[in-house]
Design a protein around this ligand. Structure first.
Ligand code: NCD
Ligand code: ZN
Ligand code: ZN
Length: 356
């Protein structure tokens, strides 16, 4: 067997990304812009991006922060609250700038305090989204403190997602950053497609959930840089995610959920949730796909399935990775302090080739 030394992908898209704002945006954005052509930008700023006008302004700040010559396109999203109206959904659709609405159950994750308290409250907004074909992106975890943190995704599916799909059978949904065998199975069994053959239910999968199980958080001590939400699960779930991502099934596509937090905010008594993977995203996905000898499947996962789901044209141009061992820096500059990228200080086998 000859090992592949070079891999060329169509310029990929990141369908779940946190870019933050201000000095954090300035330092996070170039990492994504050098690897990806477009990204679905999460709206969980403080305060959240709730109205079209806020999304337009945030988009302007992202474009202004891009390095010279960058061709990166941010795809904006709006944050659903109990007060999101059908008129706001229609206005967002007409804008052409907003590509989805994001549902954070209130309290589920970083900056989700203004999230939805009860799904019934947003039924009018969901009805409008279904009508105007606006995708719903879901952080799929229940917030019930009685529920074990490792079970929150599965319980969300049982308690909420099944009913939601029944109530809105034509709504396009992405279950974001899935972490369990049950989530992969639920999406894999949803065969409904729209008139264009696009799946009604899809899922994004992160590189860190493909590469790590929950042991990573406790290897020799507490490892805060492996703490994210939904939290890493046991090995059987990781195997199921690898199966889904490398299966060639167009319902699973790339979303890094790169979620930067400064080092001091992670290495703390109450550390923030989120893994920073934008600086070595494609390299991490290569390592994961290689575990299944499935590098030939990465192009569809990273560059085709997500674009088709969102009704976007495929990108032109490509990006090349080479099998060139290198070490991930221990830390990188971030918002006037520093940040620890995933796999900091470790060797990586693949490296994106970027022309200077
Ligand atoms: C994300 C963040 O920091 O914004 N954190 C995370 O652990 N994934 C929020 C999210 O995507 O849930
Ligand atoms: Zn989330
Ligand atoms: Zn996220």
């Amino acid at each position: 067997m000859t090992t592949i030394q070079t891999l060329t992908l169509t310029r990929p898209d990141d369908f779940h990304l946190h870019l933050r704002d201000g000095a954090a945006l300035r330092d996070a954005l170039p990492w994504t812009a050098r690897q990806f052509a477009r990204a679905i930008v999460m709206p969980n700023l403080k305060p959240p991006v709730v109205r079209l006008q806020q999304a337009l302004e945030y988009r302007g700040r992202i474009l202004a922060a891009l390095p010279d010559g960058s061709e990166f396109t941010p795809l904006m999203t709006l944050y659903l609250t109990d007060d999101t109206t059908p008129a706001m959904v229609e206005e967002a659709r007409r804008s052409g700038v907003v590509h989805a609405f994001k549902l954070y159950p209130a309290g589920a994750t970083t900056n989700s305090d203004s999230g939805v308290t009860e799904l019934k409250r947003i039924y009018p907004a969901l009805e409008a989204m279904q009508r105007v074909r606006m995708p719903l992106l879901i952080h799929g975890e229940v917030t019930d403190p009685e529920i074990d943190v490792f079970d929150r995704e599965v319980v969300f599916i049982e308690r909420h997602l099944i009913a939601l799909r029944r109530a809105f059978p034509e709504l396009k949904i992405v279950l974001e950053h899935i972490t369990t065998a049950q989530a992969a199975q639920f999406v894999g069994e949803a065969h409904e497609r729209d008139a264009h053959g696009v799946p009604r239910l899809a899922a994004t999968i992160t590189a860190h959930h493909l590469l790590h199980n929950r042991n990573a958080m406790f290897k020799g001590g507490m490892r805060p840089h492996y703490y994210c939400l939904p939290v890493l699960k046991r090995e059987t779930h990781r195997q199921a995610l690898l199966d889904a991502a490398t299966s060639g099934d167009d319902r699973f596509f790339l979303g890094t959920d790169s979620a930067p937090h400064a080092r001091h905010a992670k290495e703390a008594a109450c550390g923030c949730a989120g893994c920073f993977t934008a600086a070595n995203a494609l390299e991490l996905y290569c390592a994961a796909f290689e575990q299944r000898d499935a590098l030939h499947r990465l192009d569809d996962f990273a560059s085709r399935f997500g674009a088709a789901f969102y009704g976007l044209p495929r990108n032109s141009g490509d990006v090349t990775l080479k099998r060139t061992p290198w070490n991930v820096p221990e830390h990188l500059p971030y918002a006037d302090t520093d940040i620890v990228p995933l796999h900091a200080g470790e060797a990586m086998e693949w490296q994106v080739q970027i022309d200077a």
